[in-house]
Ligand binder design. Sequence first.
Ligand code: FES
Length: 170
Amino acid sequence: MVTQQYTRRSVFSSILSFVAVASITVAAWAEEKVKFLDRGFFSRLLGQCATAEPKDSGCWSYSGGRVVIEVARAPELSAKNAAIRLEGRGLPNRMLVVHCDDGQYRAVRNECTHAGRRLDPVPGTRTVQCCSIGKSTFDYDGRVLYGPASRPTKWYPAKQENGRIVISVS
Ligand code: FES
């Protein structure tokens, strides 16, 4: 009887140890894959993102489910890892447009799936990150790599044609 109790306790203890080690391993893996933008505590607390709207507000338009950006009128996007945010004008959701490391432009719904704060690109990674304290981080497939967000984010199909970036919002 005592031996049986002892065995149960050992098994339970082993399972707990395994879960603890697995959690630490997963957390370490996430930390390794994720880089954090260097933002101040208060800017995160207030949810201030690093990405601005384009200076030339006429560089983009939205109609018929498509966003069209005139690249020549959006110099903020000329460098890799640069981004602009688009908001209003009937857009169903805020949008973050990123000039990625591979030269492609990508567009993501600019709302963290945790509590809706804005996102910023993280240079040198294939991720975008919430500007809030939780720092939820999403990869280019929309998957959550880090943080309290539990749902994936939405990336929109984007293509370049004749000096324009055309994004399908669907
Ligand atoms: S709103 Fe993004 S982590 Fe909370």
